[in-house]
Design a binder for this molecule. Structure first.
Ligand code: FES
Length: 125
């Protein structure tokens, strides 16, 4: 079934803007995406820590680990897996394609239901 929950957006990163060992963020699909360039390649994950929502771009990238600036949780940017607590939930990882000069990250659009009519009766003419 196609619908907003199935929609995808692709963001393009010029790798001239992202050197090895660096990370940048982009807004896409209703969330912040953290794009990391490592010796193992370019990877993209959610920009927000799963523990208490700190911005991971304010942390450190060590190899393929990103370390949260707030309480020190570590995540594997290749998969989003938790490598060290206190976080328990992984962060989401996104597919990345690279041609050596650019990278493309595909991100599903967050399904944000329209709550403006919540609790109200809809009148349809
Ligand atoms: S907010 Fe990231 S470890 Fe607590």
């Amino acid at each position: 079934m196609n619908g907003p929950a199935d929609a995808l957006v692709t963001i393009e990163i010029d790798l001239a803007d992202l050197r090895g060992g660096e990370m940048i963020t982009r807004e896409a699909g209703g969330r912040e995406i953290l794009v990391c360039r490592t010796r193992d390649g370019v990877f993209a994950v959610d920009g927000q820590c799963s523990h208490a929502e700190a911005r991971l771009c304010e942390g450190r990238l060590r190899g393929t680990r990103v370390i949260c600036p707030l309480h020190g949780a570590a995540f594997d940017v290749r998969s989003g897996a938790v490598l060290r607590g206190p976080a328990r939930q992984p962060i989401r990882a996104y597919p990345v394609r690279c041609d050596g000069a650019r990278a493309w990250v595909t991100v599903p659009v967050v399904d944000t239901p329209d709550t403006s009519m919540a609790g109200q009766r809809r009148v349809i003419d």
